[in-house]
Each structure stands twice: as structure tokens, then as C-alpha cells.
Ligand binder design. Structure first.
Ligand SMILES: NC(=O)C1=CN([C@@H]2O[C@H](COP(=O)(O)OP(=O)(O)OC[C@H]3O[C@@H](n4cnc5c(N)ncnc54)[C@H](O)[C@@H]3O)[C@@H](O)[C@H]2O)C=CC1
Ligand SMILES: O=C(O)CCC(=O)C(=O)O
Length: 527
């Protein structure tokens, strides 16, 4: 198993990966895209920080890749859509560098308010200039924190400790949470218009790209100070240069840039009131150990097939969710796999009904397992929990989830209905206390069978001798029957039968059974 590491990641984290049986760790930093494409070809896992650009071409070149681990928060250097398409799970380490980034933001804010780097440089040039570096105090000033997530919140707390009035803008910041933190909740327009200092802490997304643009700078106070320790691109650098040149912006402190490394002749570097660092927000010993240990543990979990917490391109389960939902994950996949084998032709739509207590949970992950079972039957190993929803969408399958919390018959119910060119099929399952997952209904007939193993499923006329004849065909083919379940709605109507068999019923035996008088439908199911 090859684990490729292409950025500087703490050896304390990598040790966990080296300890994996059969793992071979390959550390190669500073690779060009073609070199990375070559190196990733036979890799099972890739670990990066922010430097490696994991492009679509790189992901497509990988033949065995299962996981990309990002030792840090931002994943804008990874083509998530390409990873999802390819079924590669992307995990990050979102908690380990929060404090490092918040403290760096404050270091930058104070450095720019008090001209510390400029004064330091002046002394080193042999001067003792006390007039050029008169700064501003933080106490009593207003700071706008754009993005009140982990880092923004820590920055807000520190700003309050300095006696600042803190305005918070974040679509997910509730009034209650803002009050709890002592932050004044504002719209983006209000926040940037009132602030003496503006600091950004959002990810770089389509919405946040150039969030601070010409228009935004025009609305700001004269002499505002800007800090960006989140991502280059959230601030339009051209607009910032204009605002610095006009004096609208008194100072800027930047750790991140639209292009990294920032070109030495970049116009921003010509402003003496701009303080810069080379993307050092997470560069503390503590943070680098934290993120390396966290991300390596996640990658180990993915490689071992264990549940992981911080997936970026699929939902993760909390410990509590996992405890409740785990048996349904298996049931969902088995029901999906079962119904896929009942259907002929392409499936147009799928309805998943969550009934009883199950309806009260976030069932997104269960839906993924159903899709994996359903699509995996036809597309094989190419389908996994990461790309199943994408592949469903690609194949034009419409998926509908319905919830019926008041299901009276079963405490929990998971039912699938698919519509295809040849009609409709339905299957339902539940979890019986002490008996595990059971199939309880197929095409409207009540049954009670475990969703596993090799099964012969028939729908036939309910008349004497049918079961015996089918049994004889199986006996002639030397196929042992391990269990049997029958179900019918009324005597003499139609019945269904599920025979657990020791090996899959081959096509020639199916053909013989299919020709029997009274047989309506027969399938060899392999779960
Ligand atoms: N300079 C550095 O070395 C580091 C930079 N970062 C950057 O900081 C960013 C934030 O990190 P965390 O606080 O840990 O992430 P987080 O996910 O906890 O917080 C991000 C917040 O931004 C908010 N947000 C998203 N879109 C928004 C929008 N359009 N307007 C306003 N708010 C929006 C979200 O609701 C969320 O609360 C990361 O995405 C990363 O790019 C993180 C660590 C180190
Ligand atoms: O890996 C690094 O040093 C950068 C950290 C960062 O930008 C992040 O975690 O988003």
C-alpha cells in the first residue's frame, strides 16, 4: 500500500501511517504536475498541505487512490469535484490549526497597527526613526470579522480582550450565538461600512471570491485596516492596491495571496504600509503536529475501512449517529443490491422511505449506501459511498427521500421503490431487536428473511406442488437449500418464495424453473 506525501507534514503524524501493515511511505515534496501524475499512479493515499495542487489531471492519473488527506483546513488546492467523481474521499484536519491561525491573525493585525516590521527594518538600516511609525490603538475600535467559524470566533474573542467592538458577518451566525460570544451580528454591507479593521475568515468559494472588491472598498471608512490570513482571492488584490494608493486603506496585513508564492514584483509589495508573511497562519510547531496527527488518523481510518469524521466531499457520521445508523447502513446497501437484481432495464427513479424512529435521523448516509448497492450491482467496484450520488445523477436516476415518522407497524422501516422500463419493484426491511436486519416485504408480499447470501426468489401461482418442483430442480443441480420463506396475500392467488441456497443458482437452472407452469418471476439474488 503506497502512501504518498507531497508537502512538509510532521513526522509525528506520518509515524501512524508507517505503522500500518504493508504501508510504504513515499515522501516527495516540490513535485511538478507531471511528476505528481507519475508518482500518484500507484498510490493508495495522498497527503498534502496547501502547496500541492491536486488538479483533475492528477486525480485522473491515479489508478488506486482511495483517500486524499489535507493536513489543515482549506481544500481549495484540491479539485473536490474530480475527487468525488473518481470516488476518492477527501479528509482534512479542521481543528488542529485554529489557534495558530487566530494568533497569527492577531500578530498581523497588531504588526500593521504599530508598523512593527517597518520599524524593525528601519533600525536594521541604521536609523532611529520614531516619527514615521506612529500607530493606532485597538481599544475602542470596531473590527468586522467576516466568517465566524472556528478561526473567526477565536479572533473575535481576542479582539474583545483588546477592548474592541466586534461585528460578525456569517450566514450561519445566529443571533443567539452572537449574543453568547458578545459579537454584534451584521450584514456584510453594514459590517464593512462601520469597521476600522476588517479581517476575513471564510473559505475561498465562488461566493467569497473577491468578497472585498472595488465596490466593497468604496463603502468602507477612510483609513480602514485590512487583514487576510484566510485565503488569497477573498480580497481582489487589484482593488486593494487602488484603495491603498488612494489612502482609503491605511494598512493591510496579508498572509495569503491570489498567487502563491507572490511574485517579487507584485504591486502590493511596493506599499510600505503592507505587511506580508508567506502563508504562515498554521505554521506553529503545535499546529503542525496537531494537523499531521489528526489527518494521518483519518487516512488510516479510511484505509482500514473504518468510519471517519472529517470528510469534505461526503457526510460524516458522529459517534452517536454511527451507533444508531450503522445497522441501517448495511441494510440499505443490501436492499439496494437486492432490488437492483429484481429490475430489468434502466432504472428511472428511486424512492426511499424512512419510517418510524429512523425518520428522525439525518439519513443522508443511509441513502448513499442504498445507492451504492443499487448502482454497484451494475457498475461494480467503481461505485463507492463518495461517488454514488454523483453517479446516480449522471445516469439520470431521480432519487426521492420520504420520511414517515408515524409508521405504526414497525419501530423502524427502510423501504425502496424503483421504477424501470419493466415496471415497479418494492422492497422493505427493518431491524428486529436481537435478530438484526430483515427483509420484511418484497413487491407487496410480507416475508421475513435476512438480507444476505445467495437467494432464489420466485413469484408464482399459489398452488400445491410448486415448492416441491422448484426444490427438485435445485436438487438435480446439486444446490443445497439452507432456508425457506414464503409469503402470499390470499390462498390460491400469487405467492413469493425466498430460498436461501448454498451457491448461486446458475442460468440453466433458472431457465428450467422459469418454464414451469405457474411461475411468474424468478431471479437468482446474490447479496
Ligand atoms: N493562513 C493559514 O495558514 C490558514 C488559513 N485558513 C483558512 O481559514 C479559513 C477558515 O477556517 P476555519 O475557521 O477553520 O473554517 P470554518 O469552516 O470553521 O469557518 C468558515 C466560516 O466561513 C463562513 N462562510 C462561508 N461562506 C461565507 C460567506 N460567503 N460569507 C460569510 N461567511 C462565510 C462559514 O459559515 C463558516 O462559519 C479556511 O477555509 C482556510 O482557507 C485556515 C487555517 C490556516
Ligand atoms: O498547511 C498550511 O501551512 C496552510 C494551512 C492552511 O492554509 C489551512 O489549513 O487552510
Amino acid at each position: 500500500m503506497k502512501i504518498l506525501v507531497t508537502d512538509d507534514i510532521s513526522p509525528l503524524g506520518l509515524a501512524q501511517l508507517e505503522a500500518l501493515p504493508g504501508a510504504s511511505l513515499v515522501v516527495r515534496t516540490g513535485l511538478s504536475e507531471p511528476e505528481l501524475m507519475e508518482e500518484i499512479r500507484d498510490a493508495d493515499a495522498l497527503l498534502v498541505r496547501s502547496q500541492t495542487q491536486v488538479t483533475e489531471r492528477v486525480i485522473e492519473a491515479a489508478q488506486r487512490l482511495r483517500v486524499i488527506g489535507r493536513a489543515g483546513v482549506g481544500v481549495d488546492n484540491i479539485d473536490l469535484a474530480a475527487a468525488t467523481r473518481k470516488g476518492v474521499v477527501v479528509v482534512n484536519a479542521p481543528d488542529g490549526n485554529t489557534i495558530a491561525a487566530a494568533e497569527h491573525t492577531f500578530a498581523m493585525l497588531i504588526a500593521s497597527a504599530r508598523y512593527i516590521p517597518q520599524a524593525d527594518a528601519s533600525i536594521r538600516r541604521g536609523k532611529w526613526d520614531r516619527k514615521s511609525f506612529v500607530g493606532v490603538e485597538l481599544r475602542g475600535k470596531t473590527i468586522a470579522v467576516l466568517g465566524m467559524g472556528r478561526i473567526g470566533t477565536e479572533v473575535a474573542k481576542r479582539a474583545m480582550a483588546f477592548g474592541m467592538r466586534v461585528l460578525g458577518y456569517d450566514p450561519f451566525l445566529t443571533e443567539e450565538r452572537a449574543r453568547e460570544l458578545g459579537v454584534i451580528r451584521k450584514s456584510l454591507e453594514e459590517a464593512i461600512a462601520e469597521a476600522d479593521f476588517i479581517t476575513v475568515h471564510t473559505p475561498l468559494t465562488k461566493e467569497t471570491r473577491h468578497m472585498l472588491n472595488r465596490d466593497a472598498f468604496a463603502r468602507m471608512k477612510e483609513g480602514v485596516r485590512i487583514v487576510n490570513c484566510a485565503r488569497g482571492g477573498i480580497i481582489d488584490e487589484e482593488a486593494l492596491c487602488e484603495a491603498l494608493a488612494s489612502g482609503k486603506v491605511a494598512a493591510a496585513a496579508l498572509d495569503v495571496f491570489e498567487q502563491e508564492p507572490i511574485p517579487a514584483d507584485h504591486p502590493l509589495l511596493s506599499f510600505p504600509n503592507v505587511v506580508v508573511t508567506p502563508h504562515l497562519g498554521a505554521s506553529t510547531h503545535e499546529a503542525q503536529v496537531n494537523v499531521a496527527i489528526d489527518v494521518a488518523a483519518e487516512v488510516v481510518r479510511v484505509l482500514r475501512g473504518e468510519p471517519f469524521r472529517n470528510a469534505v466531499n461526503m457526510p460524516s457520521l458522529t459517534k452517536e449517529q454511527k451507533e444508531v445508523l450503522e445497522p441501517y447502513l448495511l441494510l440499505g446497501e443490501q436492499l439496494g443490491l437486492f432490488i437492483a437484481q429484481l429490475v430489468d432495464g434502466s432504472i428511472a427513479d428511486l424512492e426511499i422511505t424512512y419510517g418510524g424512529q429512523l425518520a428522525n435521523y439525518d439519513v443522508a448516509f443511509v441513502t448513499r449506501t442504498v445507492l451504492k448497492g443499487l448502482l454497484g450491482y451494475r457498475h461494480g467496484d467503481e461505485v463507492n459511498y463518495v461517488n454514488a450520488p454523483y453517479l446516480a445523477e449522471q445516469s439520470g436516476l431521480s432519487v426521492r427521500e420520504t420520511k414517515q415518522p408515524r409508521s405504526k407497524v414497525y419501530t423502524n422501516l427502510l423501504a425502496l421503490r424503483v421504477r424501470s422500463e419493466d415496471g415497479e419493484h418494492r422492497i422493505a426491511g427493518t431491524l428486529f431487536n436481537g435478530f438484526g436486519p430483515r427483509i420484511i416485504e418484497i413487491d407487496g408480499y410480507s416475508v421475513d428473511a435476512p438480507p444476505q447470501g445467495k437467494i432464489l426468489f420466485t413469484r408464482h401461482v399459489d398452488k400445491p406442488g410448486m415448492i416441491g418442483k422448484i426444490g427438485t430442480w435445485l436438487g438435480n443441480a446439486d444446490i443445497n437449500i439452507a432456508g425457506m420463506q414464503v409469503g402470499r396475500k390470499e390462498t390460491g392467488g400469487e405467492a413469493v418464495m425466498l430460498l436461501s441456497v448454498d451457491r448461486k443458482v446458475p442460468e440453466d437452472v433458472l431457465a428450467q424453473i422459469r418454464q414451469m407452469e405457474g411461475i411468474r418471476f424468478v431471479r437468482a439474488i446474490d447479496l
